[in-house]
Design a protein around this ligand. Structure first.
Ligand code: MEZ
Length: 550
């Protein structure tokens, strides 16, 4: 990093003094100022929508508003004719969907799980630093609740949050019994780390690949159940019984290159987040499939969305090398001693400040000229990763964060020796579909769990509460389905027709959901289909507005 030589020298020369010094945590007035002036949520890049259940109320980021007002890819003369009948259709193959499937096993109900990529391809596997649970000697679910409520700016749904915190210890037991290998201390107790906003150490981890480890065991367990997997099946639309209740979905089978209609007594949406819609062009730490599909599908059925003016920009996204831009550099590294330092070598803020405040502070440093410019024209601040070994002993960084070392060593960067450049990355959708404490949406027949839902995390989620969310509410949604499963209903597109009639008043050529990010080059159909002559497969690539020839 010759191009940053001068700044690196400043950082290295300030290091001895910084070793035993902490940096200021902004007080509440300073925090508010940072948020209002610099946090991407507060910069007016938003608008109201004019159709659907949220018309004329809360504002949405512009990119999301456009998708919510978009038209369905389903042709207007398409007649839904179920080819698959199931009791429960789970849409989404991440942690929440898998936890739901496991809970339904043995109930006697037939279960299908549809996922647009493969089982496990999800934001769950991208989660690095850990999962919260009140297991420490000075901890309790109440304390967990209080921390998360403060972190969420007091806007969390208290019922959902109480359930999350109370279910923490039992969820860790469940995951461990499935085979999840959480890190332990020498005495055999779980190793607990701090996280931004945790008043006591509460974060369990599997090194820096916690989500991958959790998904590993969930995936293996699901494959041993009677759940029928519909991999590479994209959810295009939900269907209803003509009286408002959701009764299944139209999926697009990517390998066959055609739609498949599913009749279900209950549908659980577990489609995850929407970082890949790249609000304001931000880089993202999200999985390629995180395009907000569930929000669009539920909205067209009549579900209200909440708190979607609030997204989480994780303060430490990689900024250099360019190939890693936006990738997560776990908060756990900061909680283990890495400091956030500007181009002048100044440790300008405590790295465990709340994520939204820290992201605002980093953006401010850069805006005011104290950032480091990369050869690709991006700017970031330093994360002084060698501090971890200096504070905790040589080899700590490599031992606790092998994923980080592995990613950077490909580019000849050793984070144990040199600091890395970071910039906030679009990480999490704080809001989502409104649900009650049993994961029921506003529309009968439709449940939702995990990142696609809103309310639980308020306006700012704490580290490690999303892996707990998918575990607790994935299971809970399934239990609620078991307790309340409706009879099979008719399959119509009445809700969609109503939405379409309403959107006639707007001028929009957008077709949604988005399914795959523009930059990914991914198409709705797989290569298998494209090799066949088009008239035989009746398929085409996804080219809005009317890509499906059916
Ligand atoms: O929950 C998260 O967002 C998380 C654990 C992220 C991280 O920094 O590792």
């Amino acid at each position: 990093m010759e191009w940053a030589k001068e700044s690196l020298e400043k950082l290295e020369s300030s290091r001895p003094a910084r070793l035993n010094q902490s940096a200021p945590i902004p007080d509440s007035a300073q925090a508010e100022e940072l948020l209002k002036q610099y946090h991407p949520d507060y910069l007016g890049h938003e608008r109201q929508v004019t159709v659907g259940p949220n018309a004329g109320d809360q504002k949405f980021p512009l990119e999301l508003a456009q998708l919510l007002e978009g038209d369905s890819p389903v042709e207007s003369d398409y007649v839904p004719n179920p080819e698959i009948e199931t009791d429960v259709l789970i849409i989404g193959g991440g942690g929440a969907g898998a936890a739901a499937a496991l809970t339904l096993e043995g109930s006697g109900l037939t279960v299908h799980l549809a996922t647009k990529l493969r089982l496990g391809d999800s934001n769950t596997v991208m989660a690095e630093g850990g999962i919260q649970s009140a297991l420490g000697p000075d901890d309790s679910p109440r304390r967990h609740f209080a921390d998360a409520l403060v972190g969420g700016h007091g806007k969390n749904d208290p019922d959902l949050l109480r359930i999350l915190c109370e279910q923490g210890p039992e969820s860790i037991r469940w995951l461990s019994q499935l085979g999840c290998l959480f890190d332990q201390n020498e005495d055999g107790q779980f190793r607990l780390r701090g996280g931004g906003g945790t008043s006591v150490p509460r974060v369990l981890a599997c090194r820096d690949y916690t989500g991958l480890e959790i998904m590993r065991v969930l995936k293996d367990a699901v494959r041993l159940t009677s759940t029928r997997l519909l991999e590479e099946h994209v959810a295009m639309e939900l269907v209803d019984d003509g009286k408002g209740r959701v009764t299944g979905a139209i999926l697009f089978d990517r390998n066959a290159g055609r739609p498949v209609c599913v009749s279900a007594r209950a549908v659980i949406l577990a489609t995850g987040g929407s970082g890949q819609i790249r609000l304001q062009g931000f880089p993202t730490s999200n999985h390629v499939g995180a395009t907000g599909d569930g929000l669009v599908l539920a909205y067209r059925q009549g579900c209200r969305l909440i708190d979607l003016d609030s997204y989480q920009y994780h303060p430490s996204g990689a900024c250099y090398p360019e190939a890693l831009a936006g990738q997560l550099v776990t908060e756990a590294i900061r909680s283990t001693g890495a400091q956030v330092v500007n181009a002048e070598g100044v440790h300008f803020i405590d790295e465990m400040a709340y994520r939204d405040v820290l992201a605002g502070a980093i953006i401010k440093e850069i805006a005011e000229g104290r950032g480091v410019k990369t050869p690709h024209g991006k700017s970031g601040v330093w994360l002084d990763t060698p501090m971890v070994d200096l504070k905790k002993g040589e080899g700590t960084l490599a031992r606790q964060f092998p994923g980080l070392i592995h990613r950077f060593e490909r580019y000849d960067i050793d984070p144990a020796k040199k600091p890395i450049l970071i910039y906030p990355t679009l990480h999490y959708q704080n809001g989502g579909i409104r649900v009650d404490s049993e994961c029921r949406t506003d529309i009968a027949g439709l449940w939702a769990a995990g990142e696609v839902t809103g309310g639980l995390h308020g306006k700012n989620r704490l580290m490690g509460n999303s892996l707990l969310d998918i575990t607790v509410f994935g299971r809970r949604s399934a239990q609620s389905v078991l307790d309340n499963i409706p009879e099979r209903g008719a399959v119509t597109l009445t809700n969609l027709q109503r939405f379409r009639a309403e959107r006639r008043k707007i001028e929009s050529e957008t077709v949604s959901p988005k399914f795959f990010p523009d930059a990914s080059g991914m198409k709705l159909t797989t290569d298998k289909v494209e090799e066949k002559p088009e008239q035989e497969t009746n398929s085409s690539n996804f080219e809005p507005p009317n890509p499906f020839n059916f």
